[in-house]
Write a protein that binds this ligand. Structure first.
Ligand SMILES: *Cc1c(COP(=O)(O)O)cnc(C)c1O
Length: 227
């Protein structure tokens, strides 16, 4: 039988608490996004009812399906690669987009939105070829280029660590994102306060929390995997 979301949540919250204790952080800074892409709308509702406000989807179809069932009570996050032609399908449903990685996408988001949309820039810190996101070296230039888009508001940076057991590799990826965040903040741009770090998934969220994550995106170990 499937484990209740609330039971998984209790364990994850304890792990976050301990990671915060180890590094002198306040756990109230760490928000959990339940990634519901592998589960039904019913299971997503269970997560919301367990007290998880933030829900994340990586495909427009999944987002719309869950949105149709749960409406706008959760705070919706779009966490996956976003094709420009799909922006119009999700733009009035999501509160955050975690995968801004090119100017053409920024232009489309800017055009389709009537208000400022909080976005994370997705950065390929680990330089894996398979990973989406812009290179760390181009983040500052990219942000400067966003200046003319009045509806783009850069709340933070997002990354995915490599799938590996090597903790050092994972930790260095998250540290690299934190370092970049400080460089962005030093620009003092009103459209890019960059106060958030979206990093950490089921396998590596404790390391991410130790390294400064403010949003962790957890699917499998929180809501499970049905398909
Ligand atoms: C699927 C996904 C997650 C969650 O992955 P789990 O390993 O199941 O926790 C987090 N972030 C992104 C971008 C994803 O696509």
């Amino acid at each position: 039988m499937e484990v209740k979301v609330s039971e998984n949540l209790t364990i994850i919250r304890q792990n976050i608490e301990q990671a915060c204790k180890r590094t002198g952080r306040n756990s109230s800074e760490v928000k959990i996004i339940a990634v519901t892409k592998y589960v039904t709308a019913e299971r997503a509702k269970e997560a919301f009812d367990a007290g998880i406000i933030h829900l994340g989807e990586n495909r427009d179809e999944g987002l719309i399906e869950k949105w149709n069932s749960l409406g706008d009570r959760p705070t919706w996050h779009f966490i996956g690669t976003l094709q420009s032609r799909k922006v119009k399908n999700i733009i009035d449903k999501v509160s955050y987009i975690h995968s801004l990685d090119r100017i053409s996408l920024a232009r489309e988001i800017n055009k389709r939105s009537t208000e400022r949309i909080p976005c994370f820039i997705q950065v390929n810190v680990s330089k894996e070829e398979s990973k989406h996101g812009i290179s760390a070296a181009s983040v500052l230039d990219f942000i400067q280029e966003l200046k003319s888009f009045e509806h783009i508001y850069i709340v933070g940076l997002m990354t995915m660590a490599p799938l590996t057991d090597d903790e050092t590799v994972i930790r260095n990826t998250f540290r690299g994102l934190k370092q970049l965040q400080q460089e962005v903040q030093a620009l003092n741009l009103d459209y890019a306060p960059c106060q958030e770090l979206s990093m950490g998934m089921s396998n590596d969220y404790e390391i991410a929390v130790e390294e400064g994550a403010t949003f962790i995106r957890i699917g499998t170990s929180l809501v499970g995997r049905e398909f």
